[in-house]
Design a protein around this ligand. Structure first.
Ligand SMILES: *Cc1c(COP(=O)(O)O)cnc(C)c1O
Length: 449
């Protein structure tokens, strides 16, 4: 009876898995936001290094992880796989619950898995400055950590509501040398345009992305980095699922269901894509994406071409979207607020390889408390969506009297999100559900392609 299944550092995967090699339906090409013609790699060259653009488009199945990246990964990887015995006992479920814990990274989440290779490839192509956006601060801190390792200056446009509510993440970024700017700011035309309309704007990820992209386009020494959504980000995150496959094998188990929370889709893609390959090859495994009812991109959005950002500067991609001017409410504590979804995850949903479910935030925090009080780790509010998904699957197994094996990704810890826990514990969280009418309104502004 092992609570934890470890891999040795020498058993860490040496290649990432690229699902583009195996998808039943290929992805539609990203379009230029002005001409609506397929983007040419050189047009994206102002934003990303060639190595990442190649990874974005290649259909090569396995991509070698550079030695320099493996060396940094080894600071916290391989990450442990846990068997949640005490949670199973509390739920009185016949299900076996496993979780892959990504909160042991320096930034406390899965995001350094992609921040490290992104900083590495940029540095290798002579870039010394990276501009990015961050919502709650996990991506900004991960990129600040990575930039610091590779000697790159990192500028982070941080959604203003988070900047004000989560000072500790800002301090974390600054500790690693990152420069943090509340967004919307008056440093960019995109930010100034939003402020002119609403000086008290809370900001949104879509606006912060516009600011970071504008910053990067205007300077030769600067590239842009995105912490989720893109194909190369999911690629880097597959190390989670590849390790989990080895660890499940050591445990003598194979999951009936693989669960992850989805914001832009990177931790879910990371744990689920290696299992999606199994599924495409005939294995019977269910892949379940969990999202908040306040930002129900897959379950209530449409599958269409949409802009990646509010100011329409980022490429237009086919994905599940709530509309690029979607504005999540500041009261929502659960993270996961991006209007779009990874094109890979969206396509696999369309092809019935991935299921999705949405939960309101009180039940999500209730699940997080059950988890904290049995397994000990306090989940990030985002990760708590996956916990809620896993608990519901375990309770369903109990009802059906089925032995079921559940694997989920615990994408990060919640030590910087305790203000949200405080609100939950004091009954101050609203079970907000984004109104259909607002979604419909946003969807009238999709680009015509
Ligand atoms: C950023 C983040 C997420 C959401 O992003 P994805 O790209 O969907 O994984 C989930 N969990 C944690 C802990 C995060 O920091």
């Amino acid at each position: 009876m092992n609570n934890k299944i470890y891999l040795s550092e020498s058993d860490m995967p040496k290649e990432w898995y690229n699902i583009l090699a195996d998808m039943p339906t290929p992805l539609a090409p990203p379009l230029h936001p002005v001409t609506m013609q397929p983007m040419k790699p050189e047009e994206l060259g102002a934003l990303f290094p060639m190595a990442l653009l190649e990874q974005e488009m290649t259909s090569q199945r396995w991509i070698k992880i550079p030695e320099e990246v493996l060396d940094i990964y080894a600071l916290w990887r391989p990450s442990p796989l846990y068997r949640a015995y005490r949670l199973e006992e509390a739920l009185k479920t016949p299900a076996k619950i496993y979780y892959k814990y990504e909160g042991g990274s320096p930034a406390g989440s899965h995001k350094p898995n992609t921040a490290i290779p992104q900083a590495y490839y940029n540095k290798k192509e002579g870039i010394n400055r990276l501009a990015t956006e961050t919502g709650a601060g996990q991506w900004g801190s991960s990129l600040s950590f990575a930039g610091n390792i590779f000697g790159i200056e990192v500028i982070v446009y941080m959604v203003k509501v988070s900047y004000e509510q989560k000072p500790y993440r800002r301090i974390m970024m600054e500790t690693w040398g990152g420069k943090v700017i509340p967004s919307p700011s008056n440093l960019t035309a995109a930010g100034r345009a939003v402020l002119a309309q609403d000086p008290n704007s809370n900001g949104s990820l879509g606006i912060a992305i516009s600011e970071a992209v504008e910053d990067a386009i205007q300077r030769k020494d600067t590239h842009y980095a995105l912490g989720s959504v893109l194909n190369h980000v999911l690629l880097h995150q597959t190390i989670i699922g590849l390790e989990a496959q080895k660890q499940m094998k050591l445990a003598g188990a194979y999951p009936d269901v693989v669960i992850g929370c989805v914001g832009g889709g990177s931790n879910f893609g990371g744990i689920a894509m290696p299992f999606a390959q199994d599924k495409i090859n005939g294995k019977n495994v269910r892949l379940l994406a969990v999202e908040p009812a306040a930002c129900p991109t897959i379950t209530k959005g449409v599958y269409a071409y949409d802009y990646g950002d509010t100011a329409k500067m980022a490429p237009v991609v086919q994905m599940h979207t709530l509309g690029h001017d979607f504005m999540p409410p500041g009261i929502h504590a659960g993270g996961l607020r991006y209007h779009g979804m990874s094109p890979i995850i969206s396509r696999l949903v369309k092809d019935n390889l991935i299921d999705a479910v949405a939960y309101k935030q009180n039940p999500v925090f209730e699940a997080a408390l059950t988890f904290s009080r049995t397994e000990g780790i306090i989940p990030a509010p985002e990760a708590a969506h996956a916990v809620k998904g896993a608990i519901d699957e375990a309770l369903k197994a109990k009802e059906e009297g089925k032995e079921k094996t559940i694997l989920f990704c615990l994408s990060g810890h919640g030590h910087f999100d305790l203000a949200s826990y405080d609100k939950y514990l004091n009954g101050q969280l609203d079970d907000y559900e984004y109104p259909e009418a607002a979604i419909k309104e946003s969807l009238t502004k999709l680009p015509k392609v």
